[in-house]
Ligand binder design. Sequence first.
Ligand code: PMP
Length: 326
Amino acid sequence: MTAYERPLDSVLETIGRTPLVRVHDAPGDVRIYAKLESFNPGASVKDRIGRFMLERMLERGDVPAGGTIVEPTAGNTGIGFAIAAEQLGLDAIFVVPERFSVEKQQLMAALGAEIINTPTEDGMDGAIERAHQLAAELDGAVVPQQFSNPLNTQAHYETTAPEIYAALDDEVGAVVAGCGTAGTLMGLARYALEQDSETYVAAVEPEGSLYGEFLGEDREEGEYKIEGIGTHNVETNELFDPELVDDVYAVPDRIAHEELKRLAREEGHLVASSAGAACAAAKRVARQIDAGTVDAPHDTIVTIFPDSSERYLSKGIYRSFEEWTS
Ligand code: PMP
């Protein structure tokens, strides 16, 4: 949390221990709680993997002291890695597809990182390929690769999940989270299923994304506006383990947008589109638990609000749906 009773030595010590806050728009006796990850110093869930992955990689010798990390990222990971890299004495280069928000790219640069843009039409695959090329050309450079590195999942297994279980006295019935790399959901799911193998686990993706194919569901690929979650190529999502997941909810842009606006207006949360999607999906799971169509060991659902809407004001996040998507 942001309030500490003792002075801290480094901004890295302010990562994690974020608040877990009730979402009040829930049916019957079902309770929904959201973990507010914008309370991290870089204002997103990705600060957790920035610190965790880079510390572990330095310890293991995966990256040399004073070396360079080169990472393909939609932005929040860049910010999280940039904060940790500087504090841990590493250089950082980020490869970002052009379509992602300018705020994020400005913040990465302010934190001392170098940014390289790849064409929007090459997608995340194009950014991943370019990152590997760059790392091969530079001495002491490595790609942490959040899309395939198990340390991404491990960061949430060791920090996010235990924080949630401690706050709720271990009474968690369902875990619902958006999937970009799927590190957040996989870390939560692994921990949750170890506590109680009946815990209901739901992944969230934008309509137009293909995660549902992992569970044999039909998906039609399309563009979406929701940022930070979803996939156009499931081969890149190496961390996603369908065995741990009961369902994948595809949320349309319009629903995510309505929900993120409602969360601001009614509940005081300045959160972005992936949180809107996660909350809409959590409410759907809540209705199913309430109706008895989904079994969960407790009437308590946990979801994640990964970042803040302030990062997307230039994209018209609080304007009309038509303006936001145009
Ligand atoms: N929401 C936002 C805004 C993000 O930047 C990300 C990370 N891409 C996620 C959700 C999903 O997190 P993960 O990569 O752990 O699945």
